[in-house]
Write a protein that binds this ligand. Structure first.
Ligand code: HEM
Length: 512
């Protein structure tokens, strides 16, 4: 019996090595022409990325990959991690070839580490499944629907301001957790149509579990031994993953269960009233949330299974709150560090609202042109998604190189946006880079915080609106003074989403 098992394991290992060699040989041949650091057999460049250090943290990979190697090897270079070839691109012309393609739509091989969490949702899926879901979900972000969401931004933003007021005595605070819980309330209510009261219930566990899962995914991308799922499950990382997933999936299950019951009751009610529906259906839930679209799609025989529904809910709960939290917090932090820019942004709020306490309307948010420039500049220096990856499904000619099928093209807004060739004096925070005059001359793939092309961010208009609404609320309520964090490089870390290792520290003083 034991002998049989051992022989089976041995055969498996031999087959895996033969497969890996075959896959690697072709890729290795083509990758030899590409610039990049020297590799060592089997491990590739894991050592350069700090992946061989058992205690390495996402920050260690981030510093090494993001800036240093790009400076050394230029706007196209390669890295091997185990049997995976990564090509890091930061040239707008080359990026355009990949992102504008209707063929190169598959996400990187390392996205598989997100599967236990968000499964095969819109962010990770491919082929016909992705096309179908994108078609169902896109109308959710139509501006007519977004207009209705402003009320939710306002209501939850107001709650955040109340909580911040307790701290507005000049003491230093980390504003990140406040923004994060507010963003969680917003995504649950707008996308899922349900109030989870994260701010009142202090859903800090969900936020913590999100951060743990993001870290695990980065670890697994760079530490070769964690790439084998069965091995990872036996290690402390596996235990952490199980604990975190339990928290994350408990909340999404609660959301789905409650909305499904409500949806079925509504259907029964409609059938009983001859299909007339009821316009007075529970105030806040009258808005057509993204989840309604999915539930209705299932009704129209577009057949979303329960599993598919759950994957989309998990995807949106993550992608829809962590990214905007990063963008909003970095914007607030940047305003605290640049008092002159904060003053101009405040003057714009004064011009729109005067001394009135009224809530912002959709139209008001459209008028916040200067604030929009501030947010765009924030996303240039601190793109919420500092890198994303496509796995190419055929050989692709890029400039003088042919990139082999199966290689992972890593596109880094972080490197691209900080290249002085495209943004002179790149470290300087200057919203005027986004005046209409200065934006006109820009290459369309030179500024890509929301990616670009057919797989761009489906939630970008929603995100801009939410960030404006939340930042506007803080600007109108407080003067922001700098705290002990500066957002300079050693503080920054990419845990799927960009963060400051020490939080977004600032001091608040009430304006009224
Ligand atoms: C500042 C805020 C945001 C930024 C910077 C951002 C950025 C991005 C980027 C760079 C991608 C491409 C990722 C990749 O190719 O792997 C993406 C995709 C996506 N984003 Fe966002 N995002 C933001 C907010 C949001 C929000 C609020 C939602 C949902 C409400 C959302 C939903 C998605 C989804 C579902 C995808 C996958 C789209 C597809 O592949 O078809 N994002 N986002």
């Amino acid at each position: 019996m034991l002998l049989g098992l051992l022989s089976l394991a041995l055969c498996g290992l031999v087959a895996w090595i033969a497969y890996a060699r075959m896959k690697i040989n072709k890729m290795a041949e083509l990758s030899e022409q590409l610039p990049g650091p020297q590799t060592i057999p089997l491990l590739g460049n894991a050592r350069d990325l700090g992946g061989l250090n058992p205690n390495a943290q996402p920050k260690d990979f981030f510093d090494a990959t993001m800036m240093d190697l790009a400076k050394k090897y230029g706007s196209l270079y390669r890295l091997w991690v185990g049997t995976n070839l990564f090509v890091i691109l930061s040239d707008p012309d080359l990026i355009e070839v990949i992102l504008s393609s209707n063929v190169q739509l598959d996400k990187g091989t390392n996205y598989k580490f997100t599967f236990p969490w968000i499964g095969d949702g819109l962010l990770t899926s491919t082929g016909t499944k992705w096309k179908k879901h994108r078609r169902i979900i896109t109308p959710t972000f139509h501006f007519k629907i977004l207009e209705d969401f402003v009320e939710v931004f306002n209501y939850n933003g107001k709650k955040m301001i109340e909580k911040l007021k307790e701290k507005a005595d000049g003491q230093e605070i980390d504003i990140y957790p406040y923004v994060s819980l507010c963003a969680l309330d917003i995504i649950a209510e707008t996308a899922m149509g349900i109030s989870i009261n994260a701010q009142d219930n202090n859903e800090a566990d969900f936020v913590k579990a999100t951060r743990n899962m993001a870290r695990i995914i980065v670890w697994r991308s760079f530490k070769p031994w964690l790439q084998w799922g069965w091995l990872m499950q036996l290690l402390p990382t596996g235990r952490l993953q199980r604990r975190s997933l339990a928290v994350l999936h408990a909340l999404s299950s609660q959301v789905i269960k409650s909305r499904k019951t409500e949806f079925l009751n509504k259907q029964k009610h409609n059938a009983a009233s001859g299909g007339a529906g009821d316009d007075n259906d529970v105030g806040a839930k009258k808005r057509r949330a993204f989840l309604d679209m999915l539930l209705e799609a299932a009704e129209d025989n577009l057949t979303l299974t329960d599993q598919e529904l759950r994957e989309e809910v998990d995807t949106f709960m993550f992608e829809g709150h962590d990214t905007t939290t990063s963008g909003t917090s970095f914007t607030l932090s940047s305003l605290s560090l640049h008092p002159d820019i904060q003053e101009r942004a405040y003057e714009e709020q004064q011009a729109i609202f005067g001394d009135s306490d009224r809530e912002a309307t959709y139209q008001d948010l459209q008028e916040m042109k200067y604030l929009e420039k501030v947010i765009k500049e924030t996303l240039r220096l601190f793109p919420s998604v500092p890198m994303f990856v496509r796995c190419i499904n055929e050989d692709v000619k890029l400039g003088e190189y042919t990139l082999p099928k199966g290689c992972n093209i890593t596109i880094s807004p972080m490197i691209l946006h900080r290249n002085e060739k495209y943004f002179p004096d790149p470290e300087r925070f200057d919203p005027e880079r986004f005046s209409s005059e200065n934006s006109q001359r820009r290459h369309p793939y030179q500024y890509i915080p929301f990616s670009a092309g057919p797989r761009n961010c489906v939630g970008q208009k929603f995100a801009m609106l939410e960030m404006k609404a939340t930042v506007s609320k803080v600007l109108r309520s407080f003067r922001m003074l700098p705290g002990s964090t500066t957002n300079q490089f050693p503080e920054l870390v990419g845990e799927l989403v960009l963060k400051n290792l020490h939080g977004m520290r600032m001091k608040l003083v009430s304006r009224k």
